[in-house]
Write a protein that binds this ligand. Structure first.
Ligand code: URA
Length: 214
């Protein structure tokens, strides 16, 4: 598993505003959206392309276009939905699949309640959207689902990550060039998890801040 922490000052600037408890829902949503687009730029660095030639007004230009089959974007319900628009803005032709996991507040174990993913992912780059990589249980489960269906690569885009979650993913998907390769692209790695499984200092409950308490 490879981890890339975006060290860009604009990412850190927006992340700082996102963390701020005074940022209201509208501000939180638009910051999350902007952050995803910045992180997606890094996350798509190795996306599959094929060469094409186009006719410009003055000659022929060699270029590339996204290879087929198109990538699959997988927002993890519910907080990942808040990252979907920012991602499809960069990849407007991608397919979108959905998974829903809920974690037990006592045991912190995640269980799957929705699975709307294609059954065959052979040859496809996949991008999982989950704002908070906390224990790593959710992302390990989703990456496992995608790997089982034959995904070519799995890249998780997380606004924030905890060391505990990164370690868990590293244990589940060891090595640099695993099959499929698993990568995490995140805005920052925070200190730790607290006893309720929240990232410290983190930003609180991302789902609640995006969509309200349930
Ligand atoms: N999920 C959240 O929304 N926030 C955390 O800090 C951890 C998991």
């Amino acid at each position: 598993m490879r981890t890339l922490v975006a060290g860009h000052p604009l990412v850190t600037h927006k992340l700082t505003l996102l963390r701020d408890a005074r940022s209201d829902r509208a501000k939180f949503r638009s910051l999350a959206d902007e952050l995803v687009t910045l992180l997606a730029y890094e996350a798509t660095r190795e996306i599959r392309v094929e060469t094409v030639t186009v006719q410009t007004p003055v000659g022929q230009a060699e270029g590339v276009r996204l290879a087929r089959p198109v990538p699959l974007i997988v927002p993890v319900l519910r907080a990942g939905i808040g990252m979907l628009d920012g991602m499809t803005r960069l990849l407007p032709t991608a397919d979108v699949g959905f998974v829903g996991l809920v974690r037990d507040e006592e045991s912190l174990v995640a269980s799957t309640y929705a699975d709307r993913l294609p059954s065959d992912l052979a040859g496809r780059d996949t991008f999982v959207l989950d704002p908070m990589l906390a224990t790593g249980g959710t992302l390990a489960t989703v990456a496992g689902m995608l790997a089982t269906r034959g995904a070519l690569s799995v890249t998780a885009i997380c606004l924030l990550a905890a060391p505990e979650g990164l370690l868990r993913l590293e244990e589940a998907f060891p090595g640099e060039g695993g099959v499929p390769p698993v990568r995490v692209v995140t805005g920052a790695v925070d200190e730790r998890l607290n006893d309720k499984g929240y990232i410290v200092p983190g930003l609180g409950d991302a789902g609640d801040r995006l969509f309200g308490e349930i």
